[in-house]
Ligand binder design. Structure first.
Ligand code: ADP
Ligand code: MG
Length: 266
């Protein structure tokens, strides 16, 4: 597994005449195999953060490292999953699942094996020959996940992947995500605007400030992924804590809430 580190990373979009500072001096280290959730107000730079980690954007200041090496361009074992699935309607489910491999130059024979395994793993093997238009929203999202599974990604970057789904399908998919992580143990960054999702799936939860995004708090969540967590009092307490942090409920300092460790950043 690989680590992911942001060292004092800032990103300013230099558009036509107007510069938008999206991220400001972000320093964050994600441990190998650690699932981290990122939450923050709309426009605070969450997507920007993932694009930087994926090597699709270059920091204006600072640098990003994956496995100790500076990120320059796209890496074979990094997968980026977006909310709109990125599926090609004219390709079959199997071909869509193999797209990441195809783009990385993996041969058709090798793709076939990896794709069959990936579709099995996310529970849509029976639909290999169908087209995305024939799938429900939940199944399309499974297909987007299959693409990452087929890549055997060791770093999974997810940008609000489940936000278009209804509540029940969403909980199903959260369990699929959890299962994939428990099996593969990849390093994961999940951007979400759902507090419950962050608490269910993040071993640590990173709270960003309004734009330009700065680290506002990092909340430890060691019970993440344990059986029954989603319906336990500890889960609801953690959600309430995050709701408070997002509402900017006073300054958060270590020791403010001794029963729930919070590491506050400036
Ligand atoms: P989030 O994902 O948290 O909603 P983004 O990372 O998408 O936020 O964007 C952060 C800020 O940067 C926003 O104010 C957004 O409008 C701006 N932004 C994003 N992409 C671009 C771009 N290509 N050019 C100019 N500004 C952008
Ligand atoms: Mg976004």
């Amino acid at each position: 597994m690989v680590s992911l580190a942001f060292h004092n990373v800032s990103l300013t979009y230099e558009g036509s005449g107007r510069a938008v500072r999206a991220l400001d001096a972000l320093t964050l280290e994600v441990m190998p195999g650690e699932p981290v959730a990122v939450i923050g107000p709309s426009g605070c730079g969450k997507s920007t953060m993932l694009l930087l980690a994926a090597g699709l954007l270059t920091p204006s200041e600072g640098h990003v490292e994956v496995g100790g090496a500076q990120v320059v361009g796209v890496r074979r074992a990094t997968a980026l999953i977006l909310q709109d699935y990125g599926l090609l309607p004219w390709k079959t489910v199997a071909d869509n699942a193999g797209l990441g491999l195809e783009l990385r130059g993996v041969s058709r024979d090798e793709r076939r094996t990896l794709v069959a395994e990936a579709l099995e793993r996310v529970g849509i093997a029976d639909f290999a020959r169908a087209y995305p238009g024939e799938l429900s929203g939940g199944m399309r999202q499974r297909l987007a996940l299959a693409r990452a599974v087929a890549l055997d990604a060791d770093l999974l970057l997810m940008d609000e992947p489940l936000s278009a789904l209804d509540a029940l399908t969403r909980e199903d998919l959260q369990d699929v995500l959890l299962g994939l992580w428990q099996r593969r143990g990849h390093t994961a960054v999940l951007v979400t605007h759902s507090i419950e999702e962050a608490v269910y799936l993040g071993r640590r939860i990173v709270v960003l400030s309004p734009r330009p995004g700065r680290l506002s708090a990092v909340v430890d969540n060691p019970a993440m992924g344990t059986a029954g967590y989603r319906s336990s009092p500890a889960f609801y307490e953690r959600c309430a804590q995050l709701r408070g942090l997002l509402a900017g409920e006073g300054a958060v300092h270590p020791g403010t809430a001794p029963e729930i460790p919070v590491r506050a950043e400036s």
